[in-house]
Design a protein around this ligand. Structure first.
Ligand SMILES: [Fe+2]
Length: 301
């Protein structure tokens, strides 16, 4: 209901306890796999490599660096994948073979450069944008992804004590596709949010009205992030995961882009236009843990 009717995604397949969903701009068969589970959280994130050779190279690097991993047969929509965990315990997959989306007649778009027709239903998200993990030590995961996957750090928060409270990394010209922010409950392997892209800020505002009508919890926004400048709205889907819809941001064209470093004092100014983010945003993740309640109580919530 949330993903199909409210976000406007389409069901791309079902297998076992899982349903596979896609947005109208996703070129692959699916961008989101939802699986029945006892608790909320993220099962894994998957990156597609540029070529079969690139996949072999990455696996070679992981193995040379002593990272434990294993090949799997793949999944609905993609072929053999190499599975491993980041230092915080989130599961990653790398694959190359991917099923290009075959559009059924009823979803054929008017313009052939679009995978399926604009839904005209709900928010109308275009594509999966990024995943934000929580981590006990974001710096540890940043180094891991830089060294093993060749991801590029584009922005980060460095606190006065020198520790990294947040890191934003990119695999392409998008300014970020994976983010780690510090888990204040000091729990490993949790999810902060998954984000889907919409074309314009107005789509986010329209989305807010749609969420309101459906009784969906809106936690923060609409507003503009200082970091990465994304226009955002955070909601909680019924399964207990935080989902962002976002617009704007920017691309990075400089091959020698220097990471932008945000200080503790700069972060204390709040978001781009001064809004202070609600305490729950910095504390809650999925799956929930009891330590969240202790921290929220300390914030008077
Ligand atoms: Fe985000």
């Amino acid at each position: 209901m949330y993903f199909r009717e409210i976000l406007g995604m389409e069901v791309a397949g079902e297998r076992g306890d899982s349903v596979y969903l896609r947005a109208f701009g996703d070129y692959e068969r699916a961008s989101l796999k939802l699986t029945t589970a006892a608790q909320s959280g993220i099962g894994h994130i998957a990156y597609r490599t540029h070529s079969p050779e690139a996949l072999e190279r990455r696996v070679g690097v992981l193995q040379a660096n002593g990272v434990a991993g294993e090949w799997t047969d793949g999944d609905l929509g993609h072929g053999a994948a190499y599975s491993f965990h980041d230092p915080d315990g989130h599961r990653f997959e790398l694959f190359y073979e991917s099923e290009r989306y075959q559009v059924p007649p009823e979803l054929r778009p008017a313009l052939k450069n679009q995978p399926h027709r604009y839904p005209g239903r709900g928010v109308g998200v275009r594509h999966l944008d990024h995943v934000n993990f929580l981590a006990v030590d974001p710096a540890e995961d940043r180094v891991f992804l830089e060294q093993n996957l060749g991801l590029r750090l584009t922005e980060q928060i460095v606190l006065d004590d020198g520790t990294e409270a947040g890191v934003w990394l990119a695999s392409n010209q998008k300014s970020y596709d994976v983010t780690y922010t510090r888990d204040q409950t000091r729990t490993r392997g949790r999810l902060h949010h998954v984000a889907f892209f919409v074309d314009q800020r107005e789509d986010v505002l329209r989305g807010a009205d749609i969420f309101l009508e459906h009784g969906i919890v809106m936690e923060s926004g609409p507003h503009k992030h200082a970091i990465q400048q994304t226009f955002f709205l955070y909601t909680w889907e019924p399964g207990g995961n935080r989902i962002e819809i976002c617009a704007g941001g920017f691309l990075i064209f400089a091959p020698d882009h220097e990471p932008v470093v945000w200080s503790q004092a700069e972060r204390a100014k709040g978001q781009a236009w001064g809004m202070q983010t609600v305490a729950s945003f910095h504390i809650k993740g999925s799956p929930p843990v009891p330590e969240e309640d202790v921290l929220l109580a300390a914030h008077g919530r």
